[in-house]
Structure formats: C-alpha cells, structure tokens
Design a binder for this molecule. Structure first.
Ligand SMILES: [Zn+2]
Length: 158
C-alpha cells in the first residue's frame, strides 16, 4: 500500500495510518490519500453551536444566517449575516458558496464568500449586503468550496 502524504504537514505516513504520526491529523485510510482541508473529520470536534446547521461538503463547519438588523426578517431583502463556526482543524483561505432561497425554494442569491483565517472554536461573520439581495430570502444554505489547513508548528500543541 502506498504511503499517504499528510495534507496538513506533508509528512509521509503508512497507507493504513488513521492519523498522521507527525501532526495527528485524521487520515482517510480507506481513500486514495487525497484529502481536502475542511473535509477531514476532527477526532474530537467542538460541539455544534445551538441554532447552527452543517455546512455542506464540509466536516465540523457550521453556519447560521440571520438578518443583520435583528432576529427576524422584515422584508427579506435586508442585509444578512452568515455566522461561520469551525469546530474542527484550524483552517485558512476558506471559500464558501452561500445560496439564498426564496419563498418557493428558488435561488435568489448565490455568491462566494472568503475567510482568511478560522481557527478551531472560532467564528466569523460573512456579510451579505442588501444591494445583492433583489428578492426576499427565506433561508440560506452554505457549501464549502475550498480551504487550506493552517498548520503552524509554532502555535500548535506538540
Ligand atoms: Zn501531518
């Protein structure tokens, strides 16, 4: 079996390894060794915060969308805030696609949002400006497009 190169710290591990011997990242031993940041399940993730829901195509990432002006939407076309929470590995360069669904489930908003740095246990707000919202949004879904591992040995617990 081929070695698996850890996608976070780039050290080589036996193909059957379930965790990287160097940095402890969970490895997908049954897969091809191709692992994407944001899609590797953390062995002891932070709990999903109340009222959040999972980000699609991701592990340990959650979101909650709210009107920026308060708890309930007045018009549906006001600015929204999407709170992104990371319960897994430290991540950088996160790109998410946010999709706003209208009254009949149709897509009325679709845009990519970026987040430079999102450590484990942290949350960030992605802003959806009102000038991008032309029709009332009833709810959002969020999908992970890509991310990078933040592997900083200096700040990481050994
Ligand atoms: Zn590693």
């Amino acid at each position: 079996m081929n070695d698996t190169v850890c996608p976070r710290c780039h050290s080589e591990n036996p193909g059957i390894a379930r965790f990287c011997a160097h940095c402890g990242l969970a490895l997908d031993a049954k897969g091809t060794g191709v692992l994407a940041a944001g899609q590797v399940r953390h062995p002891s993730p932070e709990a999903e915060p109340a009222d959040f829901e999972p980000v699609r195509d991701a592990e340990n990432l959650f979101f909650r969308a709210r009107p920026a002006w308060g708890d309930s939407a007045l018009l549906g076309t006001e600015p929204f805030e999407i709170h992104l929470f990371n319960g897994g590995y430290d991540l950088m360069e996160i790109v998410c696609e946010a999709i706003g669904l209208g009254r009949n489930g149709q897509t009325v908003y679709r845009a990519e949002h970026e987040c430079d740095h999102l450590p484990r246990g942290a949350s960030k707000i992605l802003e959806v400006p009102s000038y991008d919202v032309n029709e009332p949004i009833k709810r959002f879904t969020v999908r992970l497009v890509s991310a990078s591992f933040d592997w900083s040995p200096n700040t990481h617990d050994a």
